[in-house]
Design a protein around this ligand. Structure first.
Ligand SMILES: O=P(O)(O)OC[C@H]1O[C@H](O)[C@H](O)[C@@H](O)[C@@H]1O
Length: 358
């Protein structure tokens, strides 16, 4: 990082941890903690936060920061013998003052290059020399681009193998589709329906059961497009393989799936916020979708009980087919996030029809 770069500042963050703040001239910004090499904030031109970070996130090493974009390396999840999601997310990264040139021309002036090399302790648990270079960049329009370059620097002639994910936590409006019904009932003056009662029952879980299966997926508040009809491994069912049945992906309970061989573009549509996130990825064939829902949320010390309603993880990943690098070889994995205003509406929801069809 050099001083002439516009919009790049090194600051102290929570608990005195170093962070880099990126700013673009039109108003967008991002923050990256050196701890974890982790993006913890991405704001659009209006200053609206686009990522979720838990209000209970502990910014205290060695615990990983709950939210933003943790880097899972050299292991995603429990797919190996290392700690969950590997160690990159709870190591201190350094600013890479002189990174090798980037092959792509970037218009961005707001970027930072970080580097992670294994410590002696790391080599005891994962005996492979590597250099992990991460560039985090904001485009003039406010897109957030993360590029990882991982190189095998071993002198012992041995290859190594890893799995990887950008574990992005998106901030979304209430993910539970039943919300929409309440809103519509109010709007249409739902004849003879007391929305306060429904609201109470819903919070108590009653309405949720009664209405289950009643709403068309099209009408949900938050949905993912781009993963329909794909195969996935269900982490809630011993990583068994299933095929998505072609419906839009919406949320009414815990989900933890690894979609395989996904397209390079995936969208998260948020009807209420009138916002669509577009994820473009390269070198990362898989996409993990995770929401802990209520029970798991309560079980996590660094996650608020109700916060699951307003977050969704869609994680560009390489899990099913681990990546192997011979000495001297480099792998590149890129994720580009855009948040575009949208007035998407796939049709009118008829609350009566929905309520009666359950
Ligand atoms: O609690 P963490 O170690 O941060 O993991 C949080 C979640 O990450 C991923 O999305 C995995 O697929 C989940 O199984 C896991 O629960």
């Amino acid at each position: 990082m050099s001083s002439e770069k516009v919009g790049v500042e090194l600051r102290k963050g929570i608990n005195g941890l170093d962070k880099v703040v990126l700013r673009e001239s039109r108003g967008s910004s991002a923050e990256v903690y050196l701890y974890g090499g982790q993006v913890t904030s991405w704001k659009n031109n209006h200053g609206e936060e686009l990522l979720f970070v838990s209000s209970k996130a502990s910014f205290k090493p060695p615990k990983a920061i709950r939210g933003g974009i943790p880097i899972c390396f050299p292991q995603f999840g429990s797919h190996g013998s290392l700690e969950q999601h590997g160690f990159a997310r709870n190591r201190f990264w350094s600013i890479d003052a002189d990174p090798p040139p980037f092959p792509t021309n970037s218009l961005s002036k707001a970027y930072v290059d970080l580097i992670l090399r294994p410590s002696e302790e790391d080599l005891k648990i994962w005996p492979h020399s590597f250099e992990f270079r991460l560039r985090v960049a904001l485009s003039p329009g406010g897109d957030l681009m993360l590029t990882s370059r991982i190189r095998n620097t071993s002198a012992d002639g041995k290859p190594f193998t890893f799995t990887f994910a950008y574990h992005t936590y998106f901030s979304v409006s209430d993910i539970r589709w039943v919300r929409k019904l309440l809103w519509l009932l109010e709007k249409t003056d739902g004849v003879g329906v007391d929305t306060d009662v429904i609201e109470e029952e819903f919070e108590g879980g009653v309405a949720n059961d009664e209405l289950e299966g009643g709403a068309d997926d099209d009408e949900s508040e938050v949905r993912i497009e781009g993963l329909e009809t794909l195969d996935y491994l269900d982490s809630l069912q011993n990583k068994e393989r299933f095929t998505e049945q072609g419906d839009a992906i919406t949320f009414e309970s815990e989900v933890d799936k690894i979609y395989l061989s996904t397209p390079t573009k995936i969208a998260i549509l948020d009807h209420e916020k009138k916002r669509t996130f577009v994820i473009r990825k390269d070198g990362l064939p898989d996409a993990v979708v995770w929401n802990p829902w209520d029970k798991k949320a309560k079980a996590m010390a660094d996650f608020g009980d109700d916060e699951y309603k307003h977050m969704l993880c869609v994680e560009a990943a390489a899990v099913e087919k681990p990546i192997t690098l011979k000495p001297g070889e480099e792998w590149k994995g890129r994720q580009e996030l855009s948040a575009v205003p949208s007035s998407y509406c796939s049709g009118q929801l008829d609350p009566q029809k929905v309520l009666l069809s359950s």
